[in-house]
Design a protein around this ligand. Structure first.
Ligand SMILES: Nc1ncnc2c1ncn2[C@@H]1O[C@H](COP(=O)(O)OP(=O)(O)OP(=O)(O)O)[C@@H](O)[C@H]1O
Ligand SMILES: [Mg+2]
Length: 225
């Protein structure tokens, strides 16, 4: 069953002087439980596609079905709920809040979801344990290495038990060893049933996933590997 299905997605950015066609004719289908990389060179449209798949931005044309529901039918409020409950985001720059500890950063999605403190603390501890950071719970981001910060971001992404993990260049700011750790965690999450989508320009990362979708000049094609 497909979790994500797009038909002829198009994205046009309008600036004062010009129109930029960032995506055109994008048709992709991702099934529940898949591990997929979306790969392409800089400027090919990967982040634009991730923003649309993550319902952070709307396409200019085409259709997007999330769990077989056309997201055009969703209100802003419903989209916020859909994101919060179904999608765990991981970004290249970690996007942690510098004044909060690893534990507080991890539990943030549950703060927004108004989950009682005791429960969210418990869940945040479990999520940090999953990423091997149970000994760093009370550290602030500046007291953690890049790889550890990204692991906090993974814990934050999985705390709501989302169906999908959407990661945009999750290893882009990491050294080889930390990148390997993050990939191993993502693969393990996939083995445990999560649909994991990794956006990357790094062929070595893309080669680790069962399926690759290539983005080239704003359009996608499946790669045969
Ligand atoms: N907000 C925007 N306004 C106008 N043009 C944009 C905007 N965001 C992206 N673009 C353009 O859309 C195209 C695709 O950009 P996108 O950020 O999706 O590429 P990318 O594949 O993620 O690149 P990178 O690997 O460098 O992150 C580029 O030509 C870019 O300049
Ligand atoms: Mg990008």
């Amino acid at each position: 069953m497909s979790v994500i299905k797009t038909e002829n997605i198009e994205k046009i950015y309008k600036t004062k002087s010009q129109q930029i066609v960032a995506l055109k004719n994008v048709g992709i289908e991702i099934n529940k439980g898949e591990l997929v990389s979306i790969v392409g060179s800089s400027g090919s449209g990967k982040s634009t596609l991730m923003n649309i798949l993550g319902c952070l931005d709307k396409a200019s044309g085409g259709k997007y079905y999330f769990n077989n529901r056309n997201i055009a039918d969703f209100s802003e409020r419903e989209l916020t709920t859909l994101r919060r409950e179904n999608i765990g985001f991981i970004f290249q720059k970690f996007n942690l809040i510098s004044t909060l500890t690893a534990l507080e950063n991890t539990e943030l999605p549950l703060v927004y979801a108004k989950i009682p403190k005791k429960i969210r603390r418990q869940k945040a501890k479990e999520a940090l344990k999953t990423v091997g950071l149970e000994n760093r719970m009370y550290h602030k981001p500046c007291e953690l290495s890049g790889g550890q910060q990204q692991r906090v971001a993974v814990a934050r992404a999985i705390i709501s038990n989302p169906e999908i993990i959407l990661a945009d260049e999750p290893t882009g700011n990491l050294d080889e060893k930390s990148a390997r750790q993050i990939m191993n965690i993502l693969k393990e999450l996939n083995k445990n049933g999560k649909t994991v989508i990794i956006i990357t320009h790094d062929k070595q990362i893309a080669n680790q996933t069962a399926r690759k979708v290539i983005v080239k000049n704003g359009t996608t094609q499946n790669a045969n590997i």
